[in-house]
Design a protein around this ligand. Structure first.
Ligand code: BT5
Length: 274
């Protein structure tokens, strides 16, 4: 490892596994690799081979990270957390699965607040932002496996990324935001600890977000109350004010007094309107 990367030690897989997996915890397995193309792709393959809910895959260097809609997620080696979590929410109706990436966003915001003191917010549906700078991205991929439908939820969180390494000008990292820790293991474990109870409560209520998740999400969502312009895949646009999140995690936009609910899967871009 280069001299300049002394602040980027590799993840200690055994220590993370020891901290997360054990009697009474929800986490079942932790897989840590030095390098891979995409942790989401790796975990989808494990899911096909029967990996249980509660499997977490992470890597020091992700070389072909996926974003939404075939976009890319780029992270310098050992400068980010790139992880994927496998869930099998068998009792949750399909219509409520879109809450999963929103729930993960809440866990990321809480974790970086707790261990790094960075106050992030959620840009609907699931960008984790500090001001208008993107700290983390989340990608949900639904997979059919021999034992039923599952979801692979990926998180890319910039930790020690420097200004000169930003893949896009609006990217930021815990280091750039003055986070009090940039130890990836510490942040990863905080995320895992925060995610577990949120997920258990949501899955245990059959995905009913009104039992707490909706309120937690709304409290951290910076999109609500904004004037927004939303681009849809067919090239059309919706302009209006973002007024609510509905029971399935859709954003409700008031367009000239007429309310329109937008699904995360249906939007290409969302921008504040100037
Ligand atoms: C996302 O997509 O934000 C979801 C990113 C999910 C990445 C994780 S990493 C672990 C797991 N394994 C994977 O293969 N993927 C997941 P989207 O909303 O489409 O945003 C992608 C856009 O964010 C790109 O087009 C860039 O503009 C920008 N971007 C790329 N890398 C970035 C970074 N490191 N920080 C901030 N912005 C970035």
């Amino acid at each position: 490892m280069a001299y300049s990367d002394l602040d980027r030690p590799p993840l200690d897989g055994a220590a993370i596994r020891h901290a997360l997996v054990g009697p009474g915890t929800w986490w079942r397995d932790v897989v840590v690799t030095a390098r891979t193309t995409s942790t989401n792709a790796d975990l989808a393959a494990l899911a096909h081979d029967g990996a249980p809910e509660g499997t977490l895959v992470t890597t020091d260097h992700q070389t072909a990270g996926r974003g939404r809609l075939d976009r890319r997620w780029e992270s310098p080696a050992a400068a980010a957390i790139t992880l994927s979590v496998l869930v099998r929410p068998d009792l949750v109706p399909d219509a409520r699965w879109p809450w999963l990436p929103l729930l993960v966003g809440v866990a990321v915001v809480e974790a970086v607040h707790e261990v790094a003191g960075v106050e992030a917010a959620l840009k609907w549906p699931n960008d984790v932002v500090v001001g208008d700078r993107k700290l983390a991205g989340i990608l949900l991929e639904r997979v059919q496996t021999p034992t039923g439908a599952a979801a692979v939820i990926g998180v890319g969180l910039n930790v020690t990324m420097r200004e000169s390494e930003r893949p896009v000008p609006q990217a930021t990292s815990l280091a750039l935001e003055g986070g009090r820790t940039t130890d990836r293991s510490v942040v990863l474990r905080a995320f895992a600890r925060t995610f577990e109870p949120l997920y258990r409560a949501w899955a245990g209520s059959e995905g009913d977000a009104s039992t707490g998740l909706l309120e937690s999400y709304v409290r951290r969502c910076s999109t609500l109350g904004q004037e927004v312009e939303v681009s849809l895949p067919a090239g059309s646009r919706v302009q209006g004010s973002a007024v609510a999140i509905d029971s399935t995690g859709r954003l409700v936009v008031d367009v000239d007094g007429h309310q329109q609910a937008l699904s995360a899967g249906d939007i290409t871009h969302l921008r504040p309107r100037t």
